[in-house]
Design a protein around this ligand. Structure first.
Ligand SMILES: Cc1cc2nc3c(=O)[nH]c(=O)nc-3n(C[C@H](O)[C@H](O)[C@H](O)COP(=O)(O)OP(=O)(O)OC[C@H]3O[C@@H](n4cnc5c(N)ncnc54)[C@H](O)[C@@H]3O)c2cc1C
Ligand code: SF4
Length: 571
């Protein structure tokens, strides 16, 4: 596909903007906020429609108010009130998976992307997470260190707001925290069991405000964060980043604009972005001096791979041949159990934020283990508002189930008597896990789609086995019974399929060496100086931490670099 626009139907839109940002999620929203504040005139292309939790969320609609009781739909797989349009399967927008591989790709199609319904677990990477190869010889080091990113973590803590506690743990850096909410009943039990087993258990770190910030109310603990917050107490890109950027008057937002490829001039520099207007099907082109891709790690990789021209036949910024390589997802597995101590409790308000109030950061020394790196533990339980599928599997509780009065009594007895643990660990990038353009499949806009290859190594399988054993020990310490058998190695120890933890990263990694990486330490393409990537694609390694706080910090850092370079006349 030639980016010099051979298609006469493609229409050019004037004027030329300073910056074109593709995508409005964590990375795109942050870049737009910082660049408009620095005085740049920005155009943003967003594939989905406009959506603001403050106006559009159904935060307090009871599940019984709709015939489907809040159950899932194709475009809302996590429930009809969930605040994310998109999912595993978007009509007319397929991706393919190579034979022998298993991979799933969650994509948002709306303003703000996945920040509308994400879990808001907001963890900084630690110093060790930027120098994995130096520590154990695996993967690669980042071209930057924790010290380079730390000032940006501080800034987003202050701007966006986060609660947590300062603990002084070496590889789990503290932040600028608001006070955390108190542990709920089941979380107090988990803390006690963790202490007994020497598993570090501390207040969670979530981007939810417990004290008001300008224009935003403090959380009132309704527990419905995944529906989006009408009080703007949790972080979503539209309310917290895009709205202030629009208020500067320097952001033009184009929704339903599906980016196809980056345009490239004869000098090899980016000229703007070709996109499809989803409402009319028309091809369009927006001109800009600088292009920032933030369409999510794998979609930005796809756009670059599809930006082929005579000068860049293998895709833009791909002279190293590493575009699409080194992709990772978080490892994950879950164990839950029936905890008799939680039955027949006195009814009281268990609500809190829409997420965990305690978690377990990685606490062990790998020298004594058969896998590298680590994982953290996320805790769940309690008595959230019932919806479709409420208490499914009640027959697993002794002597749960039956019909009529007995069933109702059992629901009351066992409601809230389940506690579960989810492991979230670090995958080492490997040569068998990558994406490329499928040579024969296009989406409904005619844009070639991605094909995924995926393989877990023993590093990940051994780590997940350790998660399973730890979670079973925790349930036993709680006096409970685990619902499932210990999975075998042949069953992959129940490791979640690649992509399903929805922390996919890499594909356009940064590095000091242009022959082994796509971007430099400022997330600027080695091959094209006015092209940047501001989502999860530049990540060199995964860490066990959820990635979004680092996506935000890097996006702000990249925006600052762009602003400096513009001031210096270099861009
Ligand atoms: C249920 C769930 C829970 C999660 N929980 C956590 C958590 O607790 N902590 C954490 O750190 N992370 C979590 N994540 C992951 C987190 O949501 C992502 O890391 C983060 O949103 C990534 O930001 P992004 O800007 O790269 O991509 P996105 O937020 O996905 O935004 C990308 C945007 O680009 C748009 N777009 C895509 N393609 C195109 C195109 N071709 N042209 C124009 N626009 C395009 C999309 O519509 C979207 O708006 C969770 C994700 C999910 C789904
Ligand atoms: S729990 Fe708090 S942050 Fe979440 S939706 Fe309710 S009020 Fe908003």
């Amino acid at each position: 596909m030639q980016s010099a626009s051979p298609n006469a139907a493609r229409r050019t839109q004037n004027p030329q903007y300073d910056v074109c940002i593709v995508g409005s999620g964590a990375g795109g929203g942050m870049a737009a906020h910082a660049l408009t504040a620095a005085g740049a005139r920005v155009v943003m292309l967003e594939a989905g429609g406009a959506w603001y939790a403050s106006k559009n969320s159904q935060m307090l609609t009871p599940a019984w108010a709709t015939p489907r009781r809040g159950g899932s739909t194709r475009i809302r797989p996590f429930g009809e009130f969930d605040a994310c349009d998109g999912g595993w399967d978007i009509e007319g927008e397929p991706y393919t998976v190579a034979s022998g591989s298993q991979f799933r790709w969650w994509r948002a199609r709306m303003l703000g992307g996945r920040t509308n319904h994400w879990g808001r677990i907001s963890l900084r990477f630690g110093p060790d997470d930027f120098r994995g190869k130096t520590r154990d010889g695996l993967g690669d080091d980042w071209p930057i260190s924790y010290e380079d990113v730390a000032p940006y973590y501080d800034r987003i803590d202050r701007l966006i707001g986060i609660f947590g506690s300062n603990e002084g743990l070496r590889n789990h850096p503290d932040g600028v925290f608001q006070p955390p909410p108190k542990p709920r009943c089941y979380e107090l039990l988990v803390k006690k069991a963790s202490d007994k087993l020497n598993v570090t258990c501390i207040p969670s770190r979530l981007s939810i405000i417990t004290q008001p910030l300008p224009g935003r109310q403090a959380c009132h603990y309704c527990g419905q964060c995944n529906r989006g917050c009408q009080a703007k107490a949790n972080f979503s890109s539209p309310d917290v980043l895009i709205a202030p950027a629009l208020a500067t008057g320097r952001l033009r937002l184009l929704t339903n604009a599906m980016a196809r490829e980056v345009g490239v001039g004869a000098d090899g520099l980016a000229t703007g972005v070709h996109y499809v207007d989803r409402t009319t099907g028309e091809d369009r082109f927006v001109r800009a001096r600088i292009v920032v891709l933030a369409a999510s790690a794998l979609e930005s990789t796809r756009i670059l791979l599809n930006s082929r021209s005579a000068k860049f036949p293998q895709g833009l910024a791909n002279s190293s041949g590493t575009l699409g390589k080194y992709i990772t997802d978080t490892t994950g597995t879950d164990v839950s159990g029936f905890i008799p101590a939680m039955t027949d409790h006195i009814p009281h308000n268990h609500d809190g934020v829409g997420g965990l109030h305690v978690y377990m950061p990685w606490w062990l020394d790998n020298a004594k283990l058969d896998f590298p790196r680590g994982y953290h533990i996320e805790v769940w339980g309690g008595t959230g508002a019932p919806g479709a599928g409420f208490m499914g599997g009640i027959h697993r509780y002794p002597p749960g189930g039956g019909y009529g009065a007995q069933l109702k009594a059992d629901y009351r007895k066992y409601y809230g008597a389940t506690i579960g643990f989810s492991g979230r660990g670090e995958m080492i990038p490997n040569a068998d896990s990558f994406c490329e353009i499928d040579p024969s499949v296009v989406d409904r806009f005619g844009i070639p789609v991605l094909r995924f290859h995926w393989k877990w190594a023993d590093h990940e399988l051994n780590q997940v086995k350790h998660m399973q054993e730890t979670f079973r020990a925790l349930v036993a310490e709680l006096g409970g019974t685990v619902f499932s058998q210990m999975p075998t190695k042949a069953e992959g120890y129940d490791i979640a399929r690649g992509g399903t933890i929805i922390h996919e990263l890499g594909g356009a990694r940064m590095g000091a060496d242009a022959s082994t990486s796509v971007l430099n330490a400022n997330c600027q393409a080695h091959d094209c100086k006015n092209l940047f990537v501001a989502d999860g694609a530049p990540f060199v390694s995964q860490a066990d931490k959820n990635p979004t706080w680092t996506i935000l910090a890097l996006a702000w850092r990249t925006a600052d670099y762009i602003a400096e370079q513009r001031k210096a006349g270099a861009l």
